[in-house]
Design a protein around this ligand. Sequence first.
Ligand code: CP
Ligand code: NVA
Length: 302
Amino acid sequence: MVGIAMKDLISIKDMGRRQIEGIFSLTDKLKRKTPRSLNGKIIAMIFEKPSTRTRISFEIATYDLGGHAIYLPKKDIQLGRGETLGDTAKVMSEYVDGIVARLFTHKEMLDLAKYAEVPVINGLDDLLHPCQALSDLYTIKKRFKNLKGVKIAFLGDGGSNVCHSLMYACSGLGVKMVIACPREYSPRPKILRDTRRYCRLVREPREAVEGADIVYTDAWISMGEERERKERIRKLKNYQVSSSLLKHVKKRRYFVMHCLPAHRGEEITPEVLEGRKSIIWEQAHNRLHVQKAILHLLLGKK
Ligand code: CP
Ligand code: NVA
């Protein structure tokens, strides 16, 4: 199986094509039969922000693999009262076998991985959402069988954690991605540079969707950005994924994706979200399977 020589899963940037593809084939294998490879293992889930999909799918994946997950909202542990992340990481490493974390900043995520002696899995930070992007590329692969020649159009907040991780995933797998966003909400320059062979930036939504196999969007207002709400809606309104925009895809077979939670009438219209091109529910479902593969690789008894 894949030689995943990594302690943590913090960013897809750290992964090679073989590792990503290895996660996909392992996902297929575990779907057929789930081993009890986490038997007796305990996973701490430190969450600084809310979550439906990530939390539930990691808890269920851990359970299905024979382990036990402890959900720890930041406010309920001493981290919420100022205990340092470093101390928290060191103490947790004495008790648990792995940590899934959802934190505000990427710097905190790196600190957690640095101080923890057990594997740390990034369940989202302000910069990246690697588990989402791995699962999304898996979903796309299932639909198209082969990722070769697939083009993804991402519309809206190009600076979102989901967009950044999709860029790294596309770059790792050789998938073309076009990001259409306003200048203020462009991806981080470093990530654009790292992924420039496969990812391209445009300002015009129609240009991005033309010939796309996947039209993807994320929330315009990510967790922690609520104060910018009015300004973001004003600047992003032309990037809404709507039926009229989708006319410009000019392809018969294409799909619409969204990491969820969705904001109907903002980044996506209700008829597109619920429409026949949407594979959004299947996309959410696959989080469970791909996360099982991630847990098995990083923490499973070999
Ligand atoms: N897509 C995603 O990560 O959803 P949650 O915020 O519900 O975990
Ligand atoms: N960009 C969104 C993703 C939610 C899964 C956020 O960070 O809120």
